[in-house]
Design a protein around this ligand. Structure first.
Ligand code: ADP
Length: 174
């Protein structure tokens, strides 16, 4: 499995699945969530509303993930995850690690072989970039060494909006 980092906009990535840093409501927000909904089209919000109506009436728990189609995105799937919000006292790194592990599990279930991640929780949710980069890269490395190297996810790409975020991830990736 290849792990890489690039600076850019996650909505334009030609991968099988992109990860959304959503909120528990799944009903849209700012930052990367707003950009993904804008690019995917209104069908994405409809799909999220349907999830709330059916399997997730109380919303998506922090650290969990759920898949929808990508609709008008180049990516076939959006894997929505909810990062811990430091401003609400959610400081447990295990919760943030789960935001990188759960989407990879979903990708395997869906047959998605390339997955792009943003810096979950590094925006409005207030985690330091260095901490997000360390936890994200550590989690993907651990997942890589615990899974079958044949088949499954072949590419993990971290897509960072700022050069500071790219630097933080490059430092961790070595
Ligand atoms: P959170 O609420 O989980 O902190 P945010 O969307 O506020 O999520 O920010 C997460 C990260 O995503 C931040 O580093 C932000 O700069 C970045 N980001 C915002 N828009 C995009 C985009 N279109 N593509 C990739 N990353 C983005």
């Amino acid at each position: 499995m290849r792990i890489e980092s690039v600076q850019g906009d996650i909505t334009t990535q030609g991968v099988d699945a992109i990860v959304n840093a959503a909120n528990s409501s799944l009903l849209g927000g700012g930052g990367v969530d707003g950009a993904i909904h804008a690019a995917a089209g209104p069908e994405l919000l409809d799909a999220c509303r349907e999830l709330r109506r059916t399997t997730l009436p109380d919303g998506l728990p922090v650290g969990d993930a759920v898949a929808t189609p990508g609709f008008r995105l180049p990516a076939r799937w959006v894997l929505h995850t909810v990062g811990p919000n430091r401003h609400r006292g959610q400081t447990d790194p295990v919760l943030l690690a789960s935001c990188f592990a759960r989407p990879l599990e979903l990708a395997v279930e869906l047959g998605a072989s390339s997955v792009a991640f943003p810096a979950v929780s590094a925006g409005v949710y207030g985690w330091a970039l260095d901490d997000v980069a360390r936890i994200a890269v550590g989690t993907v490395h651990a997942w890589q060494s615990s899974t079958d190297p044949e088949g499954g996810v072949e590419l993990v790409r971290f897509v960072l909006f700022s050069s500071a975020a790219l630097d933080a991830f490059r430092t961790e990736l070595g």
